[in-house]
Design a protein around this ligand. Structure first.
Ligand SMILES: Nc1ncnc2c1ncn2[C@@H]1O[C@H](COP(=O)(O)OP(=O)(O)OP(=O)(O)O)[C@@H](O)[C@H]1O
Length: 643
């Protein structure tokens, strides 16, 4: 059903370079089918109030809720670039997040927000983009790699490789990043990396991949020089010209930037003080006795007028409230209300199936391909930090050579050799335990903000992220112990059979995997490295004491005996000890008859409370540690993203 409206409703084509004319002519509009791309979007919100759960109960915080947005009504349409302005704390970010359906947990929204007549919901994540104030990227990737990753995860899976490449080229060109296609995004303090303005443009390019109908930008010009800020607002103008509806919070824009917006919405203490074209804003304020002085920045003037000044709260609040009251009964508010009420009216009459429509239109990447692309990114990130990787390998080789040289000739089938052998086993186990365990502690605290943002925007699930991360780490976790054992094992003079060597390498690799799993668990539980460290240090002391090398485990007091079963060091030490001592029958004894003597391998194992029958149990236990620690780490991470 197509309706022909004879009241101002939607403006689809107009003088985008200048302010929008609110007296718009008739517009065709169909609400019988979901067609935002074809006909443009109109987003409206009426009497919207937003509360934050405070948990407090003071007189100003009604039933533990703090009202941040107070009965706000508004509209934004395709082709409009709207600035959301107000003093700090006016509620800009809260309102914009709610409109974008990306509100913080604990936020309560009263009132409906409609897009082309439909209540906003999860579909907003596919039909809208959100450029955050703080840019978060994997800094080791280049611009091209980042966009390749994002394009593959965001676009319809039926898109051909050629079209994807074409899209990436177009995004790079449109964002003015041609010169830095192969430049690393970088972290602060890195060498040749993107500038703040380039990062912001890359953030825009990332959001434009899906050609969103509505784009939300949180302070896109903050921290940029005037040239970069102008470039960003020009880009937004271009986007609006192509039919995107854009809402953008902005702090203290220059006069030039201010005039580049088509509409401005001024907020003060959660209320609307003005909504309309920027030039009408000055006229509105002047009409009510607040004339902006010549040569004064209009944005500064209006924000200053609406701000609450410490020490003069009552007067400044009275002024701001009076302006809000005056705007609420102004002809501009009346016109806005006509559009909004009509949208609500049409929404009540129309029938549509938005989820079904979107389901039909967009086919997400299959889960295993998402894992593939996540592994690709994680692997690039790991290998790009080549200095760290090289250092770790060099460190492993250095320790293996040093330990090997220390033990050369000491490990033999004598009573002294038994102690040297157990020492060598401890080195093999501990070298593949403590360093890897501590080195992953910062993983989740570091990755969490980006992970949360990408997860919330529906790029992937926590499970996919976790599996991909493990897969990307696995080659390193095999290679490092392998290189250590290849050098250290033979230099130390451990048992010269391939079976013994293979089993020792296997135990070292499994020990490395269990240790990193434990490190991930602590990283996920605490999400704070100093706290995780404070808890891990006592834990690893217990691990060491119950490894079976320092104390005969049978002699542990009964109430502590169970702790040995929690130590994967004990399982890997026992595995290595078994393969070194099984079927050894000829350990020489001292000449003096009264001195204690361990005559064979079984006696040695017995001395350390180990048993040759435990080999399978030990390997299974090491696998168990790996699985249980990772599962718990995943659960904690998943729970954290739900908060
Ligand atoms: N979860 C919350 N609990 C309590 N108060 C909150 C919460 N979230 C926001 N607020 C309060 O609501 C008000 C508006 O916050 P908001 O971040 O939306 O303001 P803003 O206009 O975007 O400010 P700025 O320009 O400084 O970013 C502030 O006073 C803030 O302290």
């Amino acid at each position: 059903m197509t309706r022909i409206l004879d009241v101002p409703l939607v403006r689809m084509d107009g003088p985008i370079d200048g302010p929008i004319n609110t007296q718009v002519t008739t517009q065709l509009r169909s609400y019988s089918k979901w067609a935002p791309c074809e006909q443009g979007v109109t987003m409206v919100w009426r009497d919207l109030s937003i509360y934050a759960l405070t948990g407090g109960n003071s007189s100003t915080q009604h039933r533990g809720l703090k009202r941040i947005i107070n009965n706000v009504t508004g509209v934004v349409r395709s082709g409009t670039l709207m600035a959301l302005m107000g003093a700090s704390g006016a509620g800009k970010s809260t309102l914009m997040s709610a409109l974008a359906c990306r509100e913080a947990p604990g936020t309560i929204i009263h009132g409906d927000i409609l897009v082309n007549g439909r209540k906003v919901g999860p579909f907003m994540h596919t039909m809208s983009g959100f450029v955050h104030q703080e840019d978060l990227f994997v800094g080791t990737l280049t611009v091209l790699e980042h966009l390749t990753f994002m394009v593959n995860l965001k676009v319809d899976r039926r898109m051909s490789q050629r079209d994807k490449e074409h899209l990436i080229d177009e995004l790079i060109q449109r964002s003015g990043l041609t010169m830095c296609t192969n430049t690393r995004i970088g972290h602060a303090g890195d060498g040749k990396v993107l500038s703040g303005g380039e990062k912001k443009r890359l953030a825009f390019a990332t959001e434009l991949i899906t050609k969103p109908n509505i784009l939300f930008c949180d302070e896109p010009t903050t921290g940029l020089d005037s040239f970069s800020a102008r470039y960003i607002v020009r880009t937004l103008q271009d986007l609006a010209r192509q039919g995107t509806a854009i809402i953008c919070t902005i702090h203290q824009p220059s006069s030039e930037l201010f005039s580049m917006f088509h509409e401005v919405m001024l907020l003060t203490e959660g209320r609307v003080a003005f909504m309309g074209p920027p030039r009408d804003a000055l006229a509105f304020f002047a009409e009510h006795g607040h004339q902006c002085p010549d040569n004064y920045n209009p944005a500064d003037f209006m924000i200053g007028l609406l701000a609450t000044y410490p020490g003069d709260e009552n007067t400044s609040r009275r002024t701001a409230h009076r302006i809000c009251d005056l705007f609420a009964v102004s002809p501009m508010a009346e016109q806005r209300d006509i559009v909004v009420n009509l949208e609500y009216h049409m929404a009540e009459k129309a029938e549509f199936d938005i989820e079904g429509h979107h389901g039909r239109r967009m086919r997400n990447l299959r889960w295993y391909k998402k894992i593939y692309w996540l592994v690709y990114r994680a692997f690039l990130s790991v290998t790009r930090d080549s200095s760290i990787q090289t250092l770790r390998i060099v460190q492993k080789i250095g320790i293996a050579i040093t330990a090997g040289l220390c033990f050369i000739g000491a490990v033999d089938k004598t009573q002294k050799g038994i102690q040297a052998m157990q020492g060598a086993i401890f080195i093999c186990v501990s070298e593949n335990t403590f360093v890897p365990m501590y080195s992953v502690l910062s993983t989740f605290p570091q990755d969490f903000p980006l992970l949360l943002r990408e997860k919330k925007s529906g790029l992937y699930s926590i499970g996919q992220y976790y599996i991909a991360h493990l897969l990307a780490m696995t080659p390193g976790l095999v290679f490092e112990p392998l290189i250590f054992m290849c050098i250290g094992y033979w230099l130390m003079g451990l048992r010269q059979t391939f079976y013994a060597f293979g089993m020792t390498v296997l135990a070292a690799i499994m020990s490395m995997h269990a240790s990193t799993a434990c490190g991930y668990f602590f990283s996920a539980v605490f999400n704070n490295v100093p706290l995780a460290l404070a808890c891990l240090v006592p834990f690893d002391n217990v691990l060491m004491m119950t490894s079976g090398i320092f104390i005969q485990l049978d002699t542990l007091p009964e109430y502590l005996a169970w702790t040995k079963y929690l130590s994967w060091l004990m399982y890997s030490s026992e595995t290595m000890a078994i393969v070194q001592w099984e079927n050894i029958y000829n350990i020489s004894c001292p000449v003096e008859p009264n001195l204690p003597c361990l005559e064979n391998g079984d006696a040695v194992l017995d001395q350390y409370s180990f048993s040759a029958n435990n080999l399978t149990r030990d390997l299974c236990a090491l696998c168990g540690f790996y699985v249980v620690f990772h599962f718990l780490a995943y659960l904690f991470l998943w729970r954290r993203t739900k908060k």
